[in-house]
Unconditional design. Structure first.
Length: 133
């Protein structure tokens, strides 16, 4: 029914059931852009990474999360992470994103990480922008 949908902005909630519903929904879609607010589980991140045409991803989550499953996103060009939790990812925790071959832009919001330090971990091909707000 929604098979033609390419851009999705969704707030899925904070419980594990919300993440499970998103995994199911993503299995029926072929997105190029996703803006997601809610709980992120490893299964949901794998489902996001499995989107073959996804080029742009913006995520807002409410707990610390391992973003390493996104290294398997074949066309992910732009990633925005809004940290709405007290424990923001470290540059080392973002290192797995260096294996995301298509990634060219990373925007981190709500964190005081040093853009140069994150950029050094990700490599010259990724432009890093940090916004503490």
């Amino acid at each position: 029914r929604l098979g033609g949908l390419r851009n999705l902005s969704v707030g899925a909630g904070v419980g594990p059931a919300a993440a499970e519903r998103m995994v199911e929904a993503l299995g029926t879609l072929r997105l190029t852009r996703l803006e997601y607010r809610g709980i992120l589980t490893p299964e949901l991140l794998r489902a996001i990474a499995a989107q073959p045409d996804l080029t742009t991803l913006a995520i807002q989550t409410f707990a610390a999360v391992d973003l390493s499953p996104l290294e398997h996103a074949p066309r992910l060009h732009s990633l925005e992470v809004l940290a709405t939790y007290r424990q923001t990812p470290t540059a080392e925790e973002l290192a797995a994103l260096a294996r995301c071959k298509a990634l060219r832009h990373l925007r981190l919001r709500g964190t005081s990480l040093d853009a140069a330090a994150v950029g050094a971990v990700l490599g010259k091909q990724v432009t890093v922008e940090v916004d503490p707000r």
